[in-house]
Design a protein. Structure first.
Length: 500
């Protein structure tokens, strides 16, 4: 893999994207709202359904760009922290009480406040002013659910084919030293009898050799397992085995690929889930210069591909991991297990993926002939687009509105530091400049943009100028430092030098 300059431009694929949306209604399996467990209440494919009973009177959507704290402390080059609040006024016009499970997708991760005894994604959901319990189905848990369902299908189809089952069982019973010839027989069977191509046949041969109940080469990242819901958390590490050394994206792709060969209709893929929630597989941005939506562009610095066995490091963009074939050489794998991982990487189709998606799940009850306000608030760092002029971007899925029989107007308000250039995929008009407490409660002069979204499908993209943001962040830090120095009972050692 070349490590000079990696330019990633996503184009030509149209199936998913990252942002947020909601509220979405999640359908029950068989219409049973009494089902136990979070996942048991959801559609098996994590897909939303239409809501026919309730009415959304209006949605007030606000996006505010400010500065956040990082684990490394103050960083003026850090991307802006976007606070998103979606407030829905929902009416139940019927004479019966309605209990509803909602799903709300958040694209590209959720901010985790660093100064906390129990770090947790910064999400808050209220119904009629009261905080409600919210489960976070992480991107990794979605991957895990896909693997779980795909493995069940694969094993069922193996069991149904006597010849295939025989070949698979021989591979699984063989030792690592004696396994290769039996894998070759399995591969030939898949080509001759299943009419599979060589690459998928090779993937099946490797799948049969992996013990997916075995602990992986390294544990799942702890920051993916938020909350107390063990049912959701255990999906993160299930059905990975040694393939955790190539990453959960590639491991999940293997399961989906094989399940799709056995039954294209039954293979739940990440792309299918994205489409159902209203996104696209292509990462996109709104161009700061033209205001038009285009494929996202990102230039990764050369040093971002070094360290940790060549894995793309977080200071670049974690979503690039899914586009780069890597094997963690530090994983505790045997030579044969590493060979299995390399064969899987070699034979998987190239997929230009996607930013991560998290689903919020919460429940609300609407009394007969009543109106209630449902509010979802979360924060996330904006993502970078390096096409000149550089920008920071965030996206919001508007598509949920199309899943309701009745959905009123969507009012949008965007708050940015004064003078920082803004672009959005929906025409926005600057209404005023006012003092807003966007950064740690400190009032700052901000430009306020407002509009009413005309389309209730697709996605909303918002971009702010990178150079303008960094200029603001630097000036803001200088002001904060001077304020801290003037109010601190202990002056810094270089206070005299600062005052000159």
């Amino acid at each position: 893999m070349r490590t000079s300059l990696l330019v990633v431009t996503l184009c030509g694929i149209t199936t998913i994207a990252f942002a947020n949306g909601g509220p979405f209604v999640v359908k029950y399996p068989g219409g049973d709202p009494a089902a136990k467990g979070v996942l048991a209440r959801l559609d098996p494919d994590l897909k939303p359904a239409r809501e026919e009973r309730l009415q959304v009177v209006k949605e007030d959507l606000s996006v505010s760009f400010g500065k956040g704290s990082s684990f490394d402390g103050e960083n003026t080059n850090q991307s802006p922290l976007a606070t998103v609040t979606a407030e829905y006024r929902i009416r139940n016009p019927t004479k019966e009480s309605a209990e509803v499970d909602f799903g709300f997708p958040i694209l590209r991760g959720i901010y985790v406040p660093p100064m906390s005894m129990m770090p947790r994604p910064d999400v808050r959901v209220t119904v009629a002013g009261k905080v409600v319990k919210t489960d976070i189905i992480s991107n990794s848990a979605i991957y895990g659910l896909i693997r779980q369902r795909a493995r069940k299908l694969i094993e069922a189809r193996i069991a149904d084919d006597v010849g295939l089952k025989s070949h698979v069982m021989v591979v699984r019973k063989a030792s690592a030293a004696t396994r290769p010839p039996w894998q070759e027989q399995l591969r030939k069977y898949a080509v001759a009898n299943l009419r599979w191509n060589e690459r998928d046949a090779a993937l099946l041969a490797e799948y049969a050799a992996v013990d997916f109940g075995k602990a992986g080469g390294f544990p799942a990242d702890a920051h993916w397992t938020w909350g107390e819901n063990q049912e959701v958390q255990k999906l993160v590490t299930e059905n990975l085995g040694i393939l955790s050394a190539i990453g959960e994206q590639k491991a999940t792709q293997l399961f989906a690929q094989l399940a799709g060969r056995f039954d294209p209709r039954s293979a739940a893929s990440y792309e299918d889930i994205f489409q159902a929630w209203g996104g696209e597989i292509t990462e996109r941005s709104v161009d700061l210069a033209s205001g038009k939506v285009r494929p996202r562009e990102v230039v990764v610095p050369p040093n971002s591909l070094t360290g940790w066995a060549g894995r793309v490091r977080l200071e670049a963009d974690p979503t690039l991991c899914a586009r780069v074939d890597y094997l963690d050489d530090n994983a505790k794998l045997t030579a044969d297990e590493k060979a299995t991982c390399r064969t899987v990487l070699k034979n998987l189709p190239v997929v230009f993926t996607f930013a991560p998606m998290n689903l919020l799940h919460y429940r609300a009850t609407f009394p007969p002939e009543s109106e209630q306000t449902v509010t979802v608030t979360y924060r996330q760092f904006a993502y970078e687009d390096t096409k000149k002029p550089g920008s920071y971007q965030m996206a919001y899925v508007v598509h949920p509105a199309s899943l309701w029989k009745e959905f009123g107007p969507i009012h949008l308000k965007i708050t940015v530091p004064e003078g920082v250039k803004l672009a959005a995929s929906a025409p926005c008009e600057k209404k005023r400049t006012e003092s807003v407490p966007v950064e740690r409660g400190t009032p700052l002069a901000c430009d306020i943009y407002e509009t009413e979204l005309k389309s209730k499908t697709g996605e909303l993209f918002v971009a702010i100028e990178q150079a303008g943001w960094q200029r603001f962040a630097g000036e803001s830090s200088s002001v904060a430092n001077r304020r801290a120095a003037s109010t601190s009972p202990v002056a810094p050692l270089n206070a005299k030098a600062q005052s000159k």
